[in-house]
Design a protein around this ligand. Structure first.
Ligand code: SF4
Length: 189
């Protein structure tokens, strides 16, 4: 904070856009819901513990979906649990984000072929923003996924819905940053 204190100690003015301020606040205070489904959740808990210290990113687990803006789906989503996952997702306020952690949640994992009781990807029931591969992914991978969510938030803009931006990105399959910039120009025009 020393440098910042020196820069802002006098009467200064900061000029920026409302988008930048809102995005900065959102990405610096991501609150994931504290819930896990299977072994991947152990890695998620380890990531929250002192060795990796997610609070330095402003990431701080909450015990209620109503106070959370990020759902980390960590583990095997069984058919029975899928209904509960959807209910929790629906209880989260907008803007909300979903990170799918590990092969089970991404595509069914080791239960892909014979797991009659397992959903073959949580994206069949809720929209997923970022997928983290692995069985289980290491804490570093989860942190990488969380930083991707932060990147996504940084690109958001009032008037451009995240769903629309993501759909266009998927359809065009080009550099995401370029596509978002193009959309921003179109909205401004
Ligand atoms: S992806 Fe692997 S580690 Fe994660 S919940 Fe499935 S079986 Fe467990």
């Amino acid at each position: 904070m020393g440098l910042l204190d020196a820069s802002f100690s006098k009467h200064n003015v900061v000029v920026t856009s409302v988008d930048n301020v809102l995005n900065w606040a959102r990405l610096s205070s991501l609150w994931p819901m504290g819930f896990g489904l299977a072994c991947c959740a152990i890695e998620m808990m380890a990531t929250n513990a002192s060795n990796y210290d997610l609070e330095r990113f402003g990431i701080f687990p909450r015990s209620s979906p109503r106070q959370s803006d990020l759902m980390i789906v960590a583990g095997t989503v069984t058919m029975k649990m899928a209904e509960r996952v959807v209910r929790l997702y629906e209880q989260m306020p907008e803007p909300r984000y979903v990170l799918s952690m590990g092969s089970c949640s991404n595509c069914g994992g080791p239960y892909w072929e014979h797991g009659y009781h397992v959903l073959k990807g949580v994206d069949r029931v809720i929209p997923v923003d970022v997928y983290v591969p692995g069985c289980p992914p290491r804490p570093e991978s989860l942190i990488g996924g969380l930083m991707k969510i932060q990147e996504l938030i940084r690109m958001e803009q009032i008037g451009l819905s995240r769903t629309d931006a993501l759909k266009k990105l998927a359809a065009k399959s080009v550099d995401p940053q370029q596509a978002i910039e193009r959309e921003r120009r179109a909205v401004r025009a």
